[in-house]
Design a protein around this ligand. Structure first.
Ligand code: ADP
Ligand code: MG
Length: 595
């Protein structure tokens, strides 16, 4: 068995299933030994002078009865033990998923998605396998071994001694085989992972591959991985075949020993030649020999299983260790205080921010005070810290206490959920689920109505685009559905964030891929619909923010200026440059249109 902090409770929960299973196993083991015994009885009867037909029928009836018991018992133990192991796996997986949602974002920065996925899949399967097959092997092999040893010794302890030595060898051999196989199995898994990653990347990156005419190069790369994959699979198959044949050979040899030694004993008994083994007089009938052979046959599987259990358990233990470490990982502790009735005032006080495991701060000494109800723009070069600034309001990463405040309250001292309900964000890389467009927009709010979705779509000026798709709002995005353009994706993300109707709305570079005419409409909607509520818009064009109340200009992680657009024209070199650049662009465009 496998014990640990996160798994013990499942044994308690499914104890009745395990009990049915163990009772079924023991019953099957007990009754299955009746078969070699009755075979022996029949042989002895036929080798004697008088054949008792009544006894024969009795034996046949008993064998049928045993068959029924075995049938019911096997169904019972298999169904119950596998039910317990599968339910434990499902339970653990559910716990892990819930845990993954409570873990801080930084956890997923440190651990790759692929690694976490492996804990969710391969490791849980390994644990399940041991809970199912491991439990069965342990009880079945343990009980059967004990039972058979007792019966063999009772039948003839001297011959038993002769057979035990090779039986122990089988157990050791089984353990060795399992060890080798586990090693090869890991190699196989590694190669398979490589193949999986390579193919997945090739399919998701198909556009880039085709655009750069890199098909042949990718094909060569894939062929190499396929070859390695084949080699390691072949060598695994070869090893399994050889091991299997060797074990069959060993079993056949032991059978020969039993037949030889036992047959000689039977011969001596019939001829009346006195014979002794380990100074113990031997008296053996042909029926005894058949029974003995049957016992030996029954012992082979448990012996091999005993060897396997050891290495299976060590693999499952390692998997459980990884799963437990994940389940025990440190979570964000959310403070008691909640943000309620938020007005939307946002303050940064000497705010400096480092991403985990980076040296250079992404933001330095940021001092800002955004009044409730303001519409504020954030501009600056790529990498100047715009996204970092707005994301810090979402408490995705811990920030220094007292540096980021909403309504004058330190967000680090407020319950995380309440902070995130106060701030709705359309992130720069607006992620869409492979679900319908209306579900994607409605994602922001549990149980929102169709009207709310339509209104949000209007706000983001995406309604017309969506109605152009075959299934309208029920069109599925990504994978098997429609693929949206960059600008459409951005607007779906805007609609989603708007629908949350939060006191603070953030649009992180959400109109960069939207044409100027549509952008104008969205900006008008912001002015109309977000009146009295705080809205922060990160933008890459000066025209986007030109009519806002105030604009933050960031440069290399520092605030260059924070003022109205008019003032900025006088004091901020970065903003001046942006405006000049835009004017040049417009002139060029007009000239182009005229020509
Ligand atoms: P902007 O949105 O203005 O383009 P960002 O806020 O995304 O800029 O990035 C600011 C700086 O922080 C950049 O130097 C970027 O490399 C770094 N950065 C952004 N995200 C991360 C991250 N998750 N981990 C480490 N560094 C990051
Ligand atoms: Mg950004």
């Amino acid at each position: 068995m496998l014990f640990g902090k996160h798994i013990n409770k499942f044994y308690l929960k499914f104890i009745w299933l395990y009990m049915i299973g163990v009772v079924g196993l023991v019953a099957v083991d007990w009754f299955q030994l009746y078969i070699p015994e009755s075979l022996g009885q029949i042989v002895d009867m036929f080798s004697g002078e008088n054949v008792d037909l009544a006894l024969l029928w009795d034996i046949v009836k008993d064998v049928i009865l045993v068959a029924v018991v075995l049938f019911v018992g096997r169904i019972a133990w298999r169904l119950s033990i596998f039910a317990a192991s599968q339910r434990t796996e499902a339970g653990l997986r559910k716990m892990m998923f819930a845990k993954s949602e409570r873990l801080p974002l930084s956890y997923f920065g440190k651990n790759k998605v692929g690694t976490v996925m492996a804990w969710f899949t391969t490791d849980l399967e390994t644990i399940e396998e041991f809970l199912g097959w491991g439990t069965i092997m342990l009880f079945d092999a343990g009980f059967l071994t004990l039972l058979v040893i007792v019966k063999m010794i009772r039948l003839d302890w001297a011959l038993s001694l002769v057979v035990f030595v090779p039986l122990v060898l089988i157990a050791i051999w089984g353990g060795l085989v399992e060890k080798f196989q586990a090693k090869k199995w890991n190699e196989r898994q590694e190669q398979f992972d490589k193949l999986y990653d390579y193919s997945r990347e090739s399919f998701t990156g198909i556009r880039v591959i085709k655009a750069f005419v890199a098909e042949t190069r990718r094909l060569h790369g894939c062929a190499k991985i396929i070859r390695k994959n084949k080699d390691v699979n072949l060598s695994y198959a070869r090893m399994t075949v050889i091991f299997d044949c060797i074990i069959s050979l060993i079993i056949a040899l032991i059978n020969a020993i039993i037949l030889g030694v036992g047959g000689y004993f039977v011969y001596c008994s019939i001829q009346g030649i006195p014979i002794a083994l380990f100074s113990h007089p031997v008296n053996m009938t042909a029926g005894n020999l058949i029974t003995f052979l049957g016992y030996f046959d029954t012992m082979v599987w448990p012996m091999m299983a005993l060897g396997q259990i050891v290495s299976m358990r060590s693999r499952a233990k390692a998997s459980l260790h990884r799963v437990s470490r994940f389940l025990s990982a440190e979570e964000d502790v959310s403070p008691e205080q909640t943000l309620e009735n938020v007005e939307g005032k946002v303050t940064f006080k000497n705010f400096t921010f480092h991403y985990p495991e980076t040296e250079v701060p992404a933001l330095k000494n940021v001092e800002l005070e955004i009044d409730a109800g303001m519409t504020v723009g954030v501009v600056g070069k790529v990498g100047s810290g715009k996204s970092t600034l707005v994301n810090s309001l979402l408490k995705l990463y811990p920030v220094e206490r007292g540096t980021v405040l909403i309504d004058g309250k330190d967000i680090m001292e407020c319950d995380t959920e309440s902070v995130r309900r106060a701030v709705a964000c359309a992130p720069q890389d607006g992620f869409l689920f492979s679900d319908t467009l209306s579900s994607n927009i409605g994602f922001a709010k549990d149980g929102c109505t169709r009207e709310e979705v339509l209104k949000a779509a209007d706000f983001a000026s995406i309604t017309e685009d969506i109605e152009g798709f075959k299934d309208g709002f029920d069109t599925v995005c990504g994978e098997r559905g429609v693929t949206l353009s960059g600008g459409q994706k951005q607007r779906v993300a805007i609609a989603r964030a708007y629908l949350a109707d939060a006191p603070v709305l953030i649009l992180d570079d959400s109109v960069s891929a939207v044409d100027v005419k549509t952008e104008k409409k969205i900006l008008e909607n912001i002015a109309k619909e977000r009146k009295g509520k705080t809205t922060i818009v990160v933008a890459s064009r000066a025209s986007t923010v030109a009519r806002f109340d105030k604009i933050v200009v960031l440069k290399d992680g520092e605030v260059e200026a924070f003022a109205s657009p008019k003032e900025l024209l006088k004091i901020s070199p970065t903003y001046q440059k942006m405006v000049r650049l835009q004017m040049l662009e417009e002139e060029a465009k007009e000239a182009g249109d005229a020509g």
